[in-house]
Design a protein around this ligand. Structure first.
Ligand code: FE
Length: 232
């Protein structure tokens, strides 16, 4: 048997992997980034083939990684984890520095950053694993604590989006008890829309069904799309 819930006990960090150049760049939230050798220092990042950033890493041959801290803004997770760089310019308004290879490195909410040159690409089906040799690494804000994937899930109530290598389909987990009013959770920041309570602060009356919310409605906490919410 495979108890999918037991897979949540595997420890990960939470990162933004970015690539591109001084004119255009993109990035995505990743928990699957890790060091694979010490001499020379080499790292691996797993990236869904559909991710716009995968295309950018392949074309530039380099990528940067920002190590996020526990106070990371939900809006940042919403933007980099749940939106596509094909639709929005994720780097707009961000605090960026450019690496040796010219890749944009996101400084916001980062403890540290790394820059890697791609030396090998492994095709593992849905994902590409980029193996990169380390070109540079440094602290951005040493006083912060790195956020772990466990913290993201338990404290921030976040989940993996569908194209993450660690995504687990809800049907594989235990079903929640049904009640007449449903609850829907934002996958990016953990905000819960409770039909019974509505969201009076934002003009949504008590007992407003989630299905009847406008399609343009977005998470009041982080701006994630309605279609990304899932029932809990
Ligand atoms: Fe949210």
């Amino acid at each position: 048997m495979i108890n999918f819930e037991s897979l949540f006990s595997i420890s990960y960090g939470l990162y933004i992997v970015s690539s591109g150049n001084s004119k255009f760049g993109n990035g995505y939230i990743s928990n699957t980034f890790f060091q694979v050798t010490a001499e020379p220092p080499q790292f691996a990042a797993s990236c869904n083939k559909d991710n716009f950033t995968a295309q950018l890493i392949e074309s530039t041959g380099s990528f940067a990684v920002s190590v996020l801290h526990t106070e990371v803004h939900s809006e940042l997770i919403g933007k980099f984890g749940y939106k596509s760089g094909r639709e929005i310019n994720k780097l707009k308004g961000m605090n960026i520095k450019y690496g040796i290879t010219g890749v944009p490195i996101i400084i916001d909410d980062a403890i540290s950053f790394l820059e890697c040159k791609v030396i090998q690409i492994l095709d593992v089906g849905t994902h590409l694993i980029f193996i990169g040799e380390l070109l540079q690494a440094d602290f951005v804000n040493k006083s912060m604590e790195p956020i772990t994937y466990d913290h993201y899930r338990k404290v921030r109530k976040g989940l993996s989006p569908k194209n993450a290598p660690t995504y687990i389909d809800k049907s594989k987990l235990q079903k929640a008890v049904k009640s007449s009013y449903k609850k829907f959770q934002c996958p990016a920041c953990g905000y819960i829309y409770d039909e019974e309570l509505g969201d009076p602060e934002n003009g949504i009356a008590l007992t407003t069904k989630f299905d009847t919310l406008d399609d343009e409605w977005t998470c009041p906490a982080c701006g994630s799309l309605k279609e990304d919410f899932f029932e809990i």
